[in-house]
Structure formats: C-alpha cells, structure tokens
Ligand binder design. Structure first.
Ligand SMILES: [Zn+2]
Length: 78
C-alpha cells in the first residue's frame, strides 16, 4: 500500500469512480484541451449542456508536486 505524506479526500477516492454533478448525476470524461490539463489528471464534465460543473481527478504527478510545494512552504514557515 502506498502511503502519501499528506491526507486528502482524493487519497481515499476510488480512482475508477466517476465524479457526479450534485444536480445532474454522473459526469462524462472530457478530453484535455492542453498538455497542462492532460498532465493535471483526468477531467470530467457534467452532461447537462447548461451546467458548468466539472471535476478533476488529480494525476499522481500533480499530487506529488502539490506535496512538494506543501513541504517547501512548511519548511519556509518554520
Ligand atoms: Zn450538472
């Protein structure tokens, strides 16, 4: 089991689960428009045309970078 140095809801989230819009139900996966979006993880968008809800399942790379930033900022604060 992989242990992350930080605890977030995402860590406990099933990576295979599909995010849901609170009003419209399961979202559909959206193709990333930029390499940056692709790098950040998997994007989901509400299936309702008028609803702007979207969700991101962060990639391991993004989570690792966030952890590094958090470690650096806590070091700077100390
Ligand atoms: Zn929606």
């Amino acid at each position: 089991m992989t242990t992350w140095p930080f605890g977030t809801d995402a860590d406990e989230h099933d990576p295979q689960a599909t995010p849901e819009c609170g009003q419209h139900g399961p979202m559909e996966q959206r193709q990333p428009e930029t390499p940056e979006q692709r790098w950040c993880g998997t994007w989901y968008q509400c299936t309702s045309f008028r609803c702007g809800s979207a969700a991101l399942l962060p990639s391991l790379e993004l989570r690792a970078q966030l952890a590094a930033q958090r470690a650096a900022s806590s070091k700077a604060a100390a």
